[in-house]
Design a protein around this ligand. Structure first.
Ligand SMILES: [Zn+2]
Length: 119
């Protein structure tokens, strides 16, 4: 079975690009959050842990300093994916439940400017 890269905008899979390495998302909750945040797939947080582990991130999303050794097939323990293409979601594909939650959250964090003019 092919491993598909779950990074948004990346269509690599182990059948098409078998030269790449594919890394499963860490089980450790802190690192998992870092990965999912970086690859903009926080929607995967709602999945069961076991399913998240079956999601893959290809080696194109890791800087060379993230790899252990000279090859690109083994990551350092604390490696996180940092090379992500910025993709603009078109509305037809945005079935992401967290996206609206996050934007709602941001609007709470940045309240509209209160014009407190005192005369
Ligand atoms: Zn990828």
């Amino acid at each position: 079975m092919a491993n598909y890269c779950c990074v948004r905008g990346c269509n690599n899979n182990s059948q098409k690009n078998h030269k790449l390495s594919y890394f499963s998302i860490p089980m450790d909750s802190i690192r998992q959050l870092q990965w999912l945040e970086n690859i903009e797939r926080l929607d995967l947080m709602v999945l069961e842990q076991i399913k998240v582990k079956n999601r893959w991130v290809c080696s194109e999303h890791f800087e060379s300093r993230m790899f252990a050794g000279l090859g690109r097939n083994k990551l350092k323990k604390n490696a996180i994916p940092t090379i992500i293409k910025k993709v603009h979601l078109d509305s037809s594909t945005s079935k992401v439940p967290t996206a609206s939650r996050i934007s709602g959250y941001i609007s709470i964090l940045t309240p509209p400017l209160v014009t407190s003019e005192r005369r």
